[in-house]
Design a protein around this ligand. Structure first.
Ligand code: FRU
Length: 497
């Protein structure tokens, strides 16, 4: 049975979504069907397709009572919208169906686990006890029914003294023995964040196992959207901390992302390495899946809660996902690379080898807003290392977005001051890359309204949205000192077929 609230949302999105032309959205990044999108949810491979749900408020391009939007794809790049999967329509989730995840049940049904929010009544002093509980919905890949036993985890299931109001974003998975585990973000008495670990025999009945990891006020405060998995012989905990304090070149985004790499003894996680997941401006709330071929693939909301003021509320859609990224670990670092399926979208190769230049340069055939561009830099004069290289893209007489590299400082910077913003918010981010004597390679993926940069084979990434008209599609290069550059460009298009 579909509730009236969900039926209305489905009707609304079907009619208004059609009014948005394909050319007004990203080509191969999933964007909101209509209205607002935040976190990726329920990212899973189910019945032969990748399913990607998302935090969704169809009626306006701003955050509101959370629904779950839904799309499917065979290659993670061509997305087909399905009807919204859930709406806030039961007692446990009347104020929002917050983030969660998905797994297949042995009988073939699709299980969604999410946070139900229900606001407590307001006291005279304005405070209230909001409850965040974990709920289940079961479906066939299109229609989902909320479980009659909801909520399946409540404030009774958190350790003594921990928050019942900040208890959200369950990420579940199925173990090889058929039992289930999940990790959930929570706030302990110290006011920062922690990750709780639960188990279940059937996906419906859950028991508390342990506090998997504690923030102890080191990396921001509350830890949102956790994910936990084994990769290349290590265990990885991904989370999105709120209210981060910058530390050196790490963690500059206020609400940022954190990757902890370490070991797991079955109860607690022992961290060895920490890093930001992305060093750009717009990246939050990662979620991964294990693909049938064994790849660990991650997506994130390509947006940042702190820089939302850049966007106009008049736009018919707001919010897009990052390109899905294959993950690996090398030397204690998380590496990310666009899914290999992207290679099939490439056409129109233009390449130049060893372009030696100083000053300003444009290159015939290097342009576009849906492109895959790899740039390799070397010093053009071994005795006189260049001081700076910059590439402007999304460029016309008024606008440009820039990536610049200063080899003496080993700093790569993304700057979108001139990318159409009319707001005084942060528009640049710097990232320290390993010193390399002026040698660096980076791959840039542009898709109309975004750029994602993969540095040195994915050792670091920088993601940012862009808000200019895609007709601003020029590329310009600048070298202060002599640079030798290789460049390879492909057009990328998911709309050709
Ligand atoms: C992260 C988040 C989650 C929450 C959701 C609500 O961006 O705050 O913790 O479930 O968004 O939309």
């Amino acid at each position: 049975m579909i509730s009236n609230i969900l039926r209305e949302a489905r009707k609304y999105e079907e009619i208004t979504g059609q009014l948005i032309p394909d050319t007004a959205r990203p080509s191969f990044h999933l964007s909101s069907r209509v209205g607002w999108m935040n976190d990726p949810n329920g990212f899973s491979f189910y019945q032969g397709k990748y399913h990607l749900f998302y935090q969704y408020y169809p009626y306006e391009s701003k955050w509101g009572p959370m629904h779950w939007g839904h799309a499917v794809s065979e290659d993670l790049l061509h997305w087909e919208y399905l009807p919204a999967a859930m709406a806030p329509d039961t007692l446990a989730d009347k104020d929002g169906c917050f983030s969660g995840s998905a797994a297949a049940l042995p009988d073939g049904r699709h299980l969604l686990m999410y946070t139900g929010v229900s606001a407590g009544s307001k006291r005279p002093d304005g405070t209230s006890d909001d409850a965040q509980t974990q709920c289940i919905a079961i479906g066939d890949g299109v229609d989902y029914e909320k479980y009659s036993g909801n909520p399946v985890l409540t404030g009774m299931d958190v350790p003594a003294g921990c928050s019942k109001a900040d208890f959200r974003d369950p990420k579940l998975w199925r173990e090889s023995d058929g039992t289930y585990r999940c990790v959930i973000g929570n706030r302990p008495a110290d006011g920062s964040g922690q990750i709780l670990y639960y188990s279940s025999k059937d996906g419906f009945h859950w028991i508390f196992e342990s506090v998997l990891a504690e923030n102890r006020n080191r990396f921001g405060l509350m830890w949102e959207c956790p994910d936990f998995f084994e990769l290349d012989g290590k265990h990885v905990l991904l989370t999105s901390p709120q209210d981060m304090l910058p530390s050196g070149f790490e963690y500059h985004n206020g609400n940022g992302t954190l990757c902890l790499i370490g070991d797991f003894d079955g109860k607690t996680f022992q961290e060895e390495y920490n890093q930001a997941i992305d060093y750009g401006i717009d990246f939050y709330a990662t979620q991964t899946l294990l693909a049938p071929d064994g790849r660990r693939i991650m997506v994130a909301w390509m947006q940042n809660w702190d820089t939302l003021a850049i966007a106009s509320l008049k736009v018919p859609w707001f919010g897009q996902m990052s390109v899905p990224r294959e993950l690996s670990i090398r030397n204690g670092r998380l590496y990310q690379w666009p899914v290999r399926e992207l290679d099939a979208l490439r056409s129109g190769r233009v390449a130049y080898q060893s372009v030696d230049f100083e000053g300003e340069l444009t290159l015939e055939g290097i342009k576009g807003r849906k492109v895959d561009v790899t740039i390799t830099l070397r010093p053009g004069d071994e005795d006189n290392l260049y001081s700076k290289f910059a590439v402007w893209f999304g460029q016309d007489d008024t606008y440009h977005t820039a990536i610049s590299f200063r080899p003496h400082e080993s700093i790569l910077k993304i700057d979108r001051k001139f990318s159409g913003s009319r707001r005084a918010i942060i528009h640049q981010r710097r990232c320290q890359v390993p010193p390399s004597g002026g040698n660096i390679t980076f791959r840039m993926i542009l898709d109309r309204f975004s750029v994602e940069v993969f540095v040195n084979h994915g050792e670091q990434t920088l993601s940012a949205t862009m808000y200019t008209n895609p007709s601003a599609d020029g590329f310009k290069f600048f070298a202060y000192g002599k640079v030798s550059m290789d460049i390879e460009k492909y057009d990328l298009d998911a709309e050709r077929e």
